[in-house]
Design a protein around this ligand. Structure first.
Ligand SMILES: Nc1ncnc2c1ncn2[C@@H]1O[C@H](COP(=O)(O)OP(=O)(O)O)[C@@H](O)[C@H]1O
Ligand SMILES: [Mg+2]
Length: 308
């Protein structure tokens, strides 16, 4: 896979002395949808700001398309479209004027054909003569994306594209992102919604306290970190977990009718057979067995929970 962005040992300490990024290494692959997942204050916007050349790094380097973001700023910046976290859309200008103007800011010659295509792809074409201030929230977000893509960048950053947005609009935004991805744009989005990363991303990076905790393909992440649970439905309720079963990671439901066994999917042995043997020996009869896998949500909460 070709890398389109390469972040190397990147650190950022703000003027007040706060270290928002701690030696971050990250590779973004050409054409992928990458979700940077992390709680508020983790450093997501800081990382994007540096890659886009809005903030200076304190240490380390970033290259975009093989060019250094400081030495070749104009080149790297023109490869990138950014939809910032804070939307600025209270303008009386029309969609058409605004998007064309954005393109001009990058020194690109006017290209009405490209803007037309873009607005059509974003379902904004019939709104091209509307004033932006009069549009719905969802349409305003689409205009922000159109602005970010006006100069034909290969990379699109979406910083919290659906923060504070209702569910319907969120799904709508996911569809827009998929369309853009299909057209070949590399997409990096930040989010603190696990569902969003789970729904959209090819790969997920988890950031916490300025550090990348892990980066992996979504499916790998779920496979590696996912704990599985086996639920044993008992025929008769138990008052407590019998002492002979103490060696297993077991929990008893409040009504005493379910034993829940948690096991590691990566381990060589699941321990299920020995558990069932011991249940048998202890004379505990069950009527049913079922398994479930932890969601990305649980995985994430486990990763970013603060040491107590
Ligand atoms: N200009 C700044 N000066 C000092 N600290 C800042 C500044 N901007 C952000 N921070 C701090 O850096 C940390 C990371 O912020 P940010 O990158 O915005 O996180 P995220 O986007 O993941 O919510 C936060 O603790 C935030 O308070
Ligand atoms: Mg942010």
């Amino acid at each position: 896979m070709d890398n389109i962005i390469s972040v190397s040992q990147l650190s950022k300490t703000y003027a007040g002395g706060f270290q928002a990024l701690k030696s971050v290494d990250l590779e973004i692959q050409k054409g992928e949808i990458f979700a940077l997942l992390g709680p508020n204050g983790a450093g997501k916007t800081t990382l994007i700001g540096i890659i886009c050349g809005i903030l200076n790094p304190s240490q380390g380097s970033v290259s975009v398309g093989g060019n250094d973001i400081i030495d070749d700023f104009l080149k790297t910046r023109s490869m990138i479209g950014l939809v910032p976290q804070e939307l600025t859309t209270d303008t009386f200008e029309t969609v058409w004027t605004t998007v064309n103007f954005s393109r001009g800011l990058f020194g690109k010659p006017a290209n009405p054909g490209h803007i037309e295509q873009l607005l059509k792809k974003l379902s904004l074409w019939d709104k091209k003569d509307s004033r932006i201030i009069a549009l719905s929230g969802g349409m305003k977000r689409r205009v922000m994306i159109a602005k970010a893509l006006s100069h034909e960048p290969q990379i699109l950053f979406l910083d919290e594209p659906t923060a504070g947005v209702d569910v319907e609009l969120r799904k709508d935004m996911w569809a827009v992102v998929k369309t853009l991805s299909d057209s070949g744009v590399t997409i990096i989005l930040t989010t603190h919604y696990i569902e969003e990363a789970e729904e959209m991303a090819d790969r997920i990076g988890v950031i916490n306290n300025g550090e990348i905790v892990l980066v992996d393909a979504k499916t790998e992440l779920m496979r590696k970190l996912g704990k599985k649970q086996l639920t044993v439905e008992l025929q008769q309720n138990l008052e407590a977990i019998p002492t002979e079963l103490a060696g297993h990671e077991l929990a008893l439901s409040a009504d005493g009718l379910q034993l829940v066994y948690t096991y590691d999917t990566q381990a060589e042995r699941t321990g299920i057979r020995s558990l069932l043997n011991e249940l048998d020996k202890a004379g505990i009869k069950f009527k049913d067995l079922s398994t479930s896998q932890s969601s990305l949500e649980e995985i994430f909460v486990n990763l970013v929970k603060r040491p107590s």
